[in-house]
Design a protein around this ligand. Structure first.
Ligand code: GLY
Length: 388
């Protein structure tokens, strides 16, 4: 390990160990009745653990109330996590998951998802599933209704239809516009010819002329952003109930503009998701190729089994990703990867390869420990923003 890396790893690991006490929690920090600020109270709860507990990637924040409500009413942990991610899968504004997800290079939306149920130690997953907006529900049925763990492509679609799911067009207008722009940026034949009055900007000409100007500008800016920085967003959600039973799910539309059939980490048991009811659970968002190579979620659960905190276990998995690039920060800056984990005691953690997203926004994850859903800053292996 190069000297800077060893020092950085030591510092970040130390920060991770201490970080449970130093993480910024995005909630009001006013002193309350017992003299503790809400930050101090949340920190204390985080350090000793709270049950029930549900956590997710930051895009699940607004759905965690739903999941916590189910846990409090005694529903299974798998019901809770699947209900949370279904909200995001159904939301056309999240272009990394379910309906409205960005498509592959052919313009087809292909979804991946997995579930794991701790109490029965079972798993189910689907990959490259088209036309069905809730792949997490289909993954659950693979687990419950078949003797298999992973169904892919046309077989997964046929299975979903036999289970009563209806086909729908998953490509929203916005995602279609972004795909057309990407297509034109890679293939001159897909851009208007020189003799066209629109030759400078085909996508602008496709936008509804009746849209208000600010909406047109927002749409064009978003399209340009996702064309130049293909997202790998995803949602991961993990829960432990009052008894200590654990479940998790991860669901995604995968890398935008991928080759048809590309499968990321989300449906790979041990990479995008792993649950061991004796220990805890882990999951991920970000560049799946890097996670698959270190079996990230399994690595995290095994590291927690040896006694590490969820945060330190996430940092350990990230250090293996960095090692795969000989800690070359130039290459590592080209992608992002975030791990999330909780243990059986209800202690949670999250760690990001880089401390900030492109543009400088800190990487966060969402937590609900029974009081309120909030965003918590991730620990990080490397300081600064990734460039993608
Ligand atoms: N983490 C989602 C993907 O790489 O597909």
């Amino acid at each position: 390990m190069a000297p800077w890396t060893r020092r950085r790893f030591f510092l970040t690991t130390l920060a991770g160990s201490l970080g449970i006490g130093t993480k910024k929690i995005f909630a009001a920090d006013a002193p309350n009745g017992n003299g503790l600020s809400s930050l101090a109270q949340a920190t204390a709860a985080t350090a000793k653990g709270t049950r029930p507990l549900i956590i997710s990637s930051s895009n699940g924040l607004n759905a965690l109330d739903l999941g916590m409500g189910l846990l409090k009413r005694g529903h299974d942990t798998l019901d809770a996590v699947v209900a949370v991610v279904n909200v995001v899968e159904d939301d056309p504004r999240d272009n990394s998951v379910g309906y409205g997800g960005l498509p592959n290079e052919d313009g087809d939306v292909e979804l991946d998802a997995s579930v794991m149920h701790g109490p029965t130690r079972r798993a189910g997953a689907v990959a490259s599933l088209r036309y069905i907006k809730n792949p997490s529900k289909v993954a659950r049925l693979v687990m419950e209704q078949t003797d298999h763990v992973l169904l892919v492509g046309p077989g997964a679609l046929r299975f979903a239809e036999m289970q009563g799911f209806e086909r729908m067009n998953l490509l929203t207008n916005e995602s279609r516009l972004a795909w057309l722009r990407w297509k034109a940026s890679t293939t001159p034949n897909w851009a208007p010819g020189l003799d066209s009055p629109d030759w400078k900007d085909k996508v602008a000409s496709l936008i509804d002329p009746n849209l208000p100007e600010p909406e047109k500008a927002r749409l064009l800016a978003w399209v340009d952003d996702v064309v130049t920085h293909p997202p790998t967003g995803t949602i991961n959600c993990l829960a432990v109930n009052e008894k200590g039973d654990i479940s998790g799910t991860t669901t995604t539309s995968g890398l935008a503009w991928k080759i048809a059939g590309r499968v990321g980490d989300s449906p790979i048991i041990g990479a995008g998701l792993y649950v061991d009811n004796d220990v805890g659970a882990a999951g991920s968002t970000g560049r799946g190729e890097e996670n698959i190579k270190v079996s990230g979620a399994h690595t995290i659960v095994e590291t927690m089994r040896k006694g590490k905190s969820p945060t330190d276990a996430c940092l350990e998995a990230l250090s293996r990703v960095a090692r795969n690039y000989n800690n070359d920060k130039t290459r590592l800056s080209k992608f992002y990867l975030v791990f999330y984990a909780l243990n059986k005691d209800g202690v949670h953690g999250g760690a990001s390869l880089w401390s900030a997203a492109r543009g400088g926004r800190p990487r966060t994850y969402a937590v609900h420990d029974g009081s309120q859903a909030r965003l918590v800053e991730c620990a990080s292996l490397l300081q600064g923003p990734s460039s993608d």
